[in-house]
Design a binder for this molecule. Sequence first.
Ligand code: ADP
Length: 228
Amino acid sequence: MAPVIEAREVRLSFGATPALRGADVTIDAGEILAVMGPSGSGKSTLLHCLAGILVPDSGEIVFSGRRVDAMSEPERSALRRDRFGFVFQFGQLVPELTAVENVALPLLLNGTRRTAALAEASTWFDRLELDGLQRRRSGELSGGQAQRVALARGLVAGPEVLFADEPTGSLDSLGGEHVMELLTTEARRHGTTVVLVTHEPRIAAYADREVMVRDGAVHQLTAERIVV
Ligand code: ADP
């Protein structure tokens, strides 16, 4: 399998606080990787660097053979819009829009015409067990429903990599498992690479592989052991 995205010796500090201290990780195309680790260990910062949201102080981020850390902000913004999808802990749906309009947003930003974007967005409601909820606003959805709408929005434009930062963190265990079952089924069906940040072993168990972040560095996990 070819690597699709890599971090090499990535360092990043927020003022005097080091968040990443030489983080290395390689993710293969189509792989679902869980990034585990305690709160404050650097998981979200690593995800933000891999996704071109944050630029490391040093080290390299390589996506599909291109140096993301060397790109300009407009180039990184285009990369995020055209090649990546995102799901965050609290769905972050736009409250003024209906559920189907929220799902259609990435397509509208890519220049898809409104009718086509809404039609494509609608097809995800059946797949993510949201049928009949297309016209609801986020305040009229349960937490689990809102997270599945956010997942549909993350996947609708066919991203090569889906970045999911604690996507089940705001849900109870049944709701979380439902989101993870749908996320992994759809990612495998489309060959989407997934970077999943979670501190819950039960959620990480859905991934193909787990790594552990501790003190800003990434450790491989094999047979329940941390390899330093
Ligand atoms: P995790 O996702 O594992 O909880 P983070 O990547 O969010 O960890 O944080 C790693 C470290 O960087 C922590 O010490 C955190 O307080 C710090 N940090 C993260 N984001 C910021 C920020 N925007 N400003 C200042 N410090 C930050």
